[in-house]
Design a protein around this ligand. Structure first.
Ligand SMILES: [Ca+2]
Length: 75
C-alpha cells in the first residue's frame, strides 16, 4: 500500500468506514426523522431521489439510441 492511500482515508472512522462528510449527510439528508436509523421510506428516498425522473431519463436514453440523425428533442 502506498503512503498516499493512507493519507486519503485520514478522516475515515476505522470501525464504520464513514467520513465526517458521510455522517453529516446521514444526519442532515438521509435520516429525515432523526432517529439514527434509516427506515423503509428513508431508504427509498435515498435510492430514488424526488428530483430524478426515471421515465424521462429512460425516454431520453431510448430516443438517443434510436435516433439515427440525432435530431431529437429532450423531454
Ligand atoms: Ca430515520
Amino acid at each position: 500500500m502506498a503512503a498516499n492511500d493512507e493519507d486519503e482515508d485520514d478522516d475515515e472512522d476505522t470501525e464504520t468506514g464513514w467520513t465526517a462528510e458521510d455522517e453529516e449527510e446521514f444526519r442532515t439528508e438521509l435520516d429525515k426523522n432523526g432517529d439514527g436509523v434509516l427506515d423503509k421510506d428513508e431508504i427509498y428516498h435515498w435510492l430514488v431521489p424526488n428530483d430524478y425522473d426515471h421515465i424521462v431519463d429512460e425516454s431520453n436514453h431510448l430516443f438517443a439510441e434510436a435516433d439515427d440523425d440525432k435530431v431529437s428533442t429532450s423531454f
